[in-house]
Design a protein around this ligand. Structure first.
Ligand SMILES: Nc1nc2c(c(=O)[nH]1)N[C@@H](CN(C=O)c1ccc(C(=O)N[C@@H](CCC(=O)O)C(=O)O)cc1)CN2
Length: 302
């Protein structure tokens, strides 16, 4: 790599998320004063996946720190479908609960789509219900999945208007790739969604002013795939063997150390997109609370 080349600006998602959580806390206090109750978020975890346990713990802690009520449900790994669906129905009917999130992935014997379909669309703060996917597709207000909305916030903070920019989203999952493409389209970007069958992926990615990598393959996106000056958003969180035997380290889907010599701006892993996921979840839960209480919240308040 040429050491004279300016390194990419690092997009500090951790700091941005902290600021966002601060604004949410202010609005959560206002909500409590006006509604006479706290905004409430329920999180359901089935099983003992270690990463999911960490994320659920962090969601509960962040919810309370933001001045909202946290309802946590931890179910054993062999929970049957009827029990889980009954809990979701109970939360749908509970007026203290504004948002419901079922932590994914679920154990293999449970049908994720069926569980998501049981969550009331108006409490679906993950934005995974088909009603919210449809609302996003046609530009109606709903709930947008947290990770892609967090990516969009970071992009707009860095670049301002995205109108007319060429964006390549690598990955077509329902949770990140597809909603990310919809969000960028709504910002008037020209979108390509690339995936495992895309021919000549490096050439496709080289067209992009904005690259969003969400494939779950460690350091797949290489420096020579990136147009000089492009903005690179790395959604990947991959645990790989570390330098010390028996230890692991986190890497993204982008070969960060090389790509930062070419890109104009880049999110690190950890500390980039990841922290935005939980901050945006709190944002969605608070928006849900204001809607349920019939209180006014300016669209650009958070
Ligand atoms: N129901 C849902 N399930 C899952 C979602 C989701 O949005 N809704 N997303 C992911 C996991 N996730 C939140 O649930 C999540 C992932 C990563 C982070 C994060 O802050 N990552 C840190 C690194 C953390 C570490 O050391 O492992 C970072 O990138 O800096 C937060 C939340 C799947 N499931």
């Amino acid at each position: 790599m040429n050491s004279d080349v300016k390194l990419a600006d690092v997009i500090d998602g951790k700091a941005f998320a902290a600021g966002l959580r601060g604004r949410i806390a202010t609005l959560a206090a206002r909500f409590e004063a006006e509604a006479g109750r706290k905004a409430g978020l329920a999180v359901v975890l089935v099983g003992e996946d270690p990463a999911s346990q960490v994320y659920v713990r962090s969601k509960g802690k962040s919810t309370i720190e933001a001045g909202m009520a946290s309802f946590e449900y931890k179910l054993p790994v062999d929970t049957d479908e009827a029990t889980l669906l009954a809990l979701v129905e109970q939360l749908n009917a509970d007026p203290a609960v504004d948002g419901i999130l079922v932590q994914l992935p679920l154990p293999a014997h449970l049908d994720e789509q069926k569980v998501i379909a049981t969550i009331s669309p108006d409490k679906d703060v993950d934005g995974f219900h088909v009603t919210n996917a449809g609302r996003l597709a046609v530009g109606q207000p709903g709930y947008v999945p947290c990770t892609p909305l967090g990516c969009l916030m970071l992009l707009k903070d860095k670049l301002g208007s995205l109108s007319g920019l060429e964006a390549v989203v690598i990955g077509r999952s329902n949770i990140v790739g597809k909603p990310m493409a919809q969000l960028l389209l709504a910002e008037s970007c020209t979108i390509t969604v690339a995936h495992s069958r895309t021919r000549n992926l490096p050439e496709v990615v080289r067209r992009a002013d904005i690259v969003v990598a969400a494939v779950g393959r460690p350091e797949m996106v290489k420096a020579d795939w990136i147009k000089p000056g492009a903005t690179v958003i790395d959604v990947g969180i991959n645990r790989v063997p570390g330098a010390v035997e028996g230890k692991t380290r986190l890497v993204g889907d982008v070969a960060y150390e090389d790509v930062r010599h070419v890109a104009g701006a880049i999110t690190p892993v950890p500390g980039g997109v990841g922290p935005m996921t939980i901050a945006v979840l709190l944002r969605n839960a608070l928006v849900a609370a204001y809607r349920h209480a019939g209180l006014e919240l300016a669209p650009d308040a958070i």
